[in-house]
Write a protein that binds this ligand. Structure first.
Ligand SMILES: [Zn+2]
Length: 357
């Protein structure tokens, strides 16, 4: 059983301290950490590719953390926020690389849902190269076992059911709306026109060609993932490449254009955050089953803050493993409530006993 945790690098540095944080993770039974190296506001080290997060001021927050994790014999993955990027200077210089909706409006001018929803277009060669350079720079610079994609998708064309009520203008049902429908930048439009002879902006939602256009966009995400993964493996084939993806293959495709079973990665960490979908904890097992059936190796991403008791957390973990997950990835460390550390520790211990007997 793989026992992992997504780790907020800033949270660790600011709230806990590196040494204490790694000790706590170890004590929880965690054996591998996904530490955030580039977030949507910038790099947490002086990068030549992605500008630094302004509040970090060009300091390297990663090297000391990796060192401490290594000392504790943890496996380390670099967690990289990939296409969501809202660093001010970068956006000013590269506005043309950002996605445009079906109304012709750039996400820079009017981001969907929340202010930081500024997304790079996966069809642009400059975006692809920037992402490859980011991954390779991290692989060269830090002593990591793996590289981990996150936010590798278009903005949500449909939001998970449980959060639709939070934002104005979002329908309660699964209805497509042009203001949430990306990307119609001139590169996407002309590439599709060349291939299929249709301008996507003119395709109505009830036209069967819309599904072809939908798939075309999912394929652009697949292409960029495969391209980056190939370059990483050429650099060092022993690096494990993984991704935080939406909960199930069918939801991921319909909501955010992720056709993840076809990405060819080593490991997937689907974010099976049940309450966002208004589902009970038992759904974790069903979601894992759908992913495993697609042929993917899965470490189930579980949002422990949703768990109301130890029993519930344990049931979520157990159902994930019973349905074929190779492990659990806990979201997130530091956890929102202190008791969750004990619950995770106890759950891993019980599960180890279960599998031994
Ligand atoms: Zn585009």
């Amino acid at each position: 059983m793989r026992k992992g945790a997504w780790v907020s690098t800033l949270g660790l540095h600011r709230q806990i301290g590196i040494e204490k944080g790694i000790k706590e993770l170890k004590d929880m039974g965690i054996e591998e950490v996904y530490i955030i190296v580039v977030n949507s506001g910038g790099a947490l080290y002086p990068s030549k590719v992605r500008p630094s997060l302004p509040q970090v001021g060009g300091k390297d927050l990663i090297t000391p953390l990796v060192k401490e994790a290594r000392k504790a014999d943890l496996r380390v993955h670099a967690w990289i926020v990939s296409l969501n990027f809202h660093q001010e200077d970068f956006m000013k210089r590269n506005k043309y690389l950002y996605v445009v909706n079906k109304l012709g409006i750039s996400c820079i001018e009017k981001p969907p849902y929340v202010d930081h929803y500024k997304w790079l277009c996966p069809s642009r060669p400059q975006v692809r190269e920037n992402l490859v350079d980011t991954f390779l720079e991290i692989a060269e610079r830090f002593d990591v076992d793996g590289l981990h994609f996150d936010y590798i998708r278009l903005p949500d064309i449909i939001l998970p059911k449980g959060i639709r009520g939070r934002y104005p203008g979002v329908p309660k049902e699964e209805v497509l709306k042009p203001e949430f429908d990306y990307c119609y930048c001139n590169v996407c439009r002309s590439l599709f026109k060349e291939e299929k002879g249709l301008d996507p902006i003119a395709i109505p939602y009830d036209d069967p060609n819309y599904q072809i256009w939908f798939k075309w966009r999912a394929d652009r995400i697949t292409d960029i993932v495969r391209y980056v993964c190939k370059k990483v493996k050429l650099y060092d084939s022993s690096l494990e490449v993984s991704a935080a993806v939406f909960a199930t293959p069918s939801l991921a495709y319909r909501y955010v254009f992720q056709d993840w079973p076809n990405w060819g990665l080593d490991l997937y960490n689907p974010m099976i955050y049940h309450k966002y979908y208004e589902k009970p904890v038992e759904w974790i097992g069903e979601a894992v089953k759908e992913g495993v059936r697609s042929g993917a190796r899965i470490s189930a991403g579980i949002l422990i803050g949703f768990m109301e008791s130890f029993e519930e957390l344990y049931r979520g973990f157990k159902l994930a493993l019973e349905n074929g997950a190779v492990g659990i990835t806990v979201f997130v460390y530091p956890p929102p409530r202190s008791e969750l550390k004990d619950w995770v520790k106890k759950a891993f211990k019980e599960l180890a006993k279960d599998t031994a007997s």
